[in-house]
Write a protein that binds this ligand. Structure first.
Ligand code: MN
Length: 483
């Protein structure tokens, strides 16, 4: 007798699709079969039964930039929103302060998440300095379950130059670490921003002009070359342009086992948004690109040139964008929306394009957008959908087969995905703690109906029924053999 039986759905795992019952015992998948008996039954007939989504690139409660504006979703609101969208695992980042060791920052971030997260989570360490003490911490950080490190090639306070990147990559090669690279050319951005500021340009429409696709491609090529020299495995985050994709494809054709990810905003939207009244809401790096880039990204996602879809979820409310608040002015919980404490504005005038907090909301809409514009539109098979929303990220980040599949012994992270459910996307109806979404007004067909995490019901018939603070830290092993 199982604790729960998910009855009669089409079970989709990487590579296979079949109608079966899923038997769950003690929080794990115990059996796939027919006529399984359980103390509780969930009718899955007509739905796709999927391994829970994995979003390995999110920024919850992230104090961003010199102004330290804090991204509007914290570990509680953000992981509730993730679960409502069919994602049962996230991986976020640790950014150590100057006066903090990496290990101390990791412990603090982990405790913050453990107290509030509704779903399981992992962490990446941000590799933003190469002093001897930090380099000596690399094996300790990996042993603590964090084998992946984020490198920024742009942004003051975070970026490393080429020599520093190489030193960091060598440390990872020696200890089994994976480099995640934000590939943009810092000097190109700085030069173009200075040019536009001198010309008196402040509108958000100038933001994408300062982040050209060719700069992304150049940085991608350079990062891959440095990783080839150091011999460490490398993963390119948020590939957004056809030119960046081509750099990744050349490296892979040459035998480098580099991987790449893409975000829903780059698959679904284009730079046309920067002509609109809400252009500042789309300040993100990389920016939205041309329609031809969008199509190239879909083709690569279909054919394997890109490995999986992440959100880079980093929302800011309108008031935060416009310099009136550092923290969000409300907090959305399943019980309702509550105002937060008043706050002095941090900027007297709306910030110019280069001072806007950068990032967008997407943690709740990822699965539905990839399903609608991928599967419903005929670009992806259901099994490729599972691969790019769950299985491939689980493999790359050392979570497979505990996460990313539905097989005996896997955690019972299960999504009953209703392919016919139509949803008009609006910030009002979502659980994300923000007053807009980049996908406002799009109607998608297909939405997660019921979501389990380790056998616990978090979402039932589209309603949040779970609790926060139950999410567990996922310690991951070294990533040897992936260079
Ligand atoms: Mn990011």
């Amino acid at each position: 007798m199982f604790d729960i039986v998910v009855r009669g759905g089409t079970v989709v795992t990487d590579g296979a699709e079949r109608v079966a019952d899923v038997g769950i015992l003690d929080g794990r998948v115990a059996a796939l079969g027919e006529r399984l008996a359980g103390r509780r039954e969930l009718d899955a007939r007509g739905t796709l039964v999927l391994p829970g989504g994995i979003d390995p690139h999110v920024h919850l409660a992230y104090p961003q930039g010199p102004a330290r504006v804090v991204s509007a979703d914290d570990w509680q609101t953000g992981t509730i929103a993730a679960a409502c969208g069919g994602t049962t695992t996230v991986i976020d980042f640790v950014e150590a302060r100057a006066d903090e060791t990496w290990m101390a920052a990791l412990a603090a971030r982990r405790a913050e998440a453990e107290a509030a997260a509704a779903i399981d989570f992992g962490l990446h360490m941000t590799f933003h300095r190469t002093d001897p003490r930090s380099l000596a911490e690399v094996p300790e950080v990996i042993a603590a379950g964090v084998p992946s490190f984020k490198f920024y090639m742009a942004y003051d306070g975070l970026r490393l130059d080429d020599g520093e990147l190489l030193a960091g990559f060598e440390a990872l090669a020696a200890h089994g670490g994976l480099a995640l690279v934000h590939a943009e050319n810092h000097d190109v951005i700085r030069h173009l921003v200075a040019h536009h500021r001198r010309a008196g340009h402040t509108h958000a429409a100038f933001h994408p002009l300062c982040h050209p696709a060719t700069g992304e491609a150049e940085a991608t090529e350079r990062a891959l070359a440095l990783a080839a020299i150091a011999g460490n495995p490398v993963h390119v985050v948020h590939v957004s342009a056809e030119a960046g994709l081509a750099a990744l494809a050349r490296a892979r054709a040459g035998g480098q086992a580099a991987t790449g990810e893409v975000c829903p905003q780059h698959l679904v939207l284009t730079d046309a948004v920067y002509a609109g009244a809400d252009a500042d809401l789309f300040a993100m790096a990389p920016p939205l690109r041309r329609d031809s880039d969008r199509e190239a990204l879909w083709a690569a996602l279909r054919d394997g040139g890109l490995d999986f879809v992440v959100t880079d979820h980093c929302p800011f409310t309108r008031a935060q964008r416009r310099g009136q608040r550092r923290t969000p002015e409300f907090r959305r919980t399943p019980a309702g929306v509550q105002p937060t404490a008043p706050e002095e504005p941090w900027s007297a005038t709306p910030p110019s394009f280069d001072r806007l907090p950068g990032g967008g909301a997407g943690i709740e809409t990822r699965m539905a957008l990839v399903h609608h514009f991928g599967v419903t539109a005929g670009r992806l098979s259901p099994s490729r959908f599972v691969e790019v929303t769950s299985a491939a990220a689980a493999r790359r980040f050392g979570l497979y087969p505990r996460k990313g599949t539905l097989a005996p012994w896997a955690d019972a992270d299960v999504v009953l995905f209703d392919r016919e459910r139509e949803v008009a996307i609006s910030a009002e109806r979502l659980h994300q703690n923000v007053d807009h979404t980049p996908f406002e007004g799009l109607t998608v067909r297909g939405w997660p109906r019921t979501v389990l995490s380790r056998g616990e019901l978090l979402v039932h018939d589209f309603e949040w029924v779970g609790s926060a603070g139950r999410g567990r830290f996922l310690a991951r092993g070294p990533v040897a053999g992936l260079a």
